[in-house]
Design a protein around this ligand. Structure first.
Ligand SMILES: [Fe+2]
Ligand SMILES: [Fe+2]
Length: 232
């Protein structure tokens, strides 16, 4: 399996919730946009740029409250949000959203900020797993977009200047090159977010393990003391 087709197999209930939530949203997006990939990219990138900023802000506030180091997570998440915003700044030169799409963007942003913040506060690992799965779908969608461009079903066009500057592309780059680098970005976000969820899992598991070890050794100590007393 190459880096692009990676899929994280759900391992527990939280992963399954994250995957089902993602598949449900994918179904809505597929039904609404069908093969209008440019419009799809514009609308979905306005949503994709939300989780990194929300998660980054929540971790920033948590770091202040707990006076704890964030181990570089905040910067990574804010960079992700900025990168997603640049995807939007690029696609806005490829497709202009319709009036209905602009309305969807306004409503979806409001709903998604609130929903994602609540999910993040309830289960940080589920929130990162959701983004991991969103990004898996983003890679699939951009691969489909690329196939349409390669087959000529969607006419290729010169890359927008903003994309050439941001990704340091050659001056003669086209939309195909842009879709390829954006797809690589999405694969990167996918791995980062799945990893964040795994790191949280490992932290929880090692905390549980240490607690169990500690309570077992406490029990052992108590029973040793009892034995000493009964021998006296
Ligand atoms: Fe994106
Ligand atoms: Fe993304």
């Amino acid at each position: 399996m190459n880096n692009l087709n990676k899929h994280f197999e759900p391992k527990n209930f939280s992963d399954k919730v994250a995957l089902s939530f993602t598949k449900f949203l994918r179904f809505l997006a597929d039904t609404f946009f069908r093969k209008r990939y440019g419009h799809r990219a514009v609308v979905l990138e306005t949503i994709a740029a939300v989780p990194g900023m929300v998660a980054g802000m929540l971790l920033h506030l948590k770091s202040l409250r707990k006076m704890e180091d964030d181990r570089g997570w905040i910067k990574t998440l804010l960079d992700e949000a900025e990168n997603e915003r640049m995807h939007l700044m690029t696609f806005i030169h490829v497709a202009k959203p319709t009036f209905i799409e602009r309305m969807i963007i306004l409503i979806a942003q409001f709903i998604f900020i609130v929903t994602y913040a609540i999910i993040y506060l309830i289960s940080q690992r589920t929130a990162h797993r959701i983004v991991g799965y969103f990004e898996e779908e983003a890679v699939i969608s951009y691969t489909e977009y690329l196939h349409e461009l390669e087959s000529g079903a969607i006419p290729d066009e010169p890359a927008p200047e903003v994309a050439i500057n941001y990704w340091n592309l050659p001056l003669h780059a086209t939309l195909k090159d842009v879709v390829r680098v954006i797809r690589d970005d999405e694969a990167g976000h996918r791995d980062v977010n799945h990893n964040f969820a795994n790191v949280i899992d490992n932290r929880v598991n090692s905390k549980k393990y240490n607690e169990e070890k500690e309570s077992a050794s406490q029990k052992e100590n108590t029973s040793d003391k009892e034995k000493t007393f009964s021998n006296k």
